[in-house]
Design a protein around this ligand. Structure first.
Ligand SMILES: [Cu+2]
Length: 125
């Protein structure tokens, strides 16, 4: 290799390393659901259910959404309450009839990326 191709090679290697490091850091900052209440697959008593979602990183409540897929397949948007801690969202679902539900969440993490998921649970009388 001549001097010029060495420089080009070194620059390309450095760029590849920077891309790799940035990707790893961004992946680490994505919001992943660690714990929920109700837990996935759990049964809870009607009619009022307190929903609590805890993530691996802090999430922005103002730019996150929590809704409930009802037994009749309609969707009810829930109001996110004040966060008990920066990594946790809570919302109240009142007046639920017995049946199968899904919590649908979409959150904005501190790295600016949005993740989403669902938590199925059952309401019993
Ligand atoms: Cu990310």
């Amino acid at each position: 290799m001549n001097a010029k191709s060495h420089t080009v090679f070194a620059a390309a290697a450095l760029l590849a390393l920077v891309v790799l490091v940035v990707n790893v850091r961004m992946a680490a900052a994505h919001a992943v659901l660690l714990e929920s209440s109700p837990a996935a697959g759990a049964s809870v008593k009607a009619p009022d259910v307190l929903i609590r979602l805890r993530y691996n990183v802090r999430v922005e409540a103002g730019r996150s959404r929590v809704s409930l897929l009802l037994p009749d397949k309609s969707v009810k948007t829930l109001t996110i309450d004040q966060q008990p801690s920066p990594d946790t969202l809570t919302a109240k679902a009142a007046g639920l009839a017995p049946g199968d539900y899904r919590i649908r969440w979409q959150v904005l993490a501190s790295d600016g990326h949005i993740t989403r998921g669902e938590v199925p649970f059952t309401v019993t009388s």
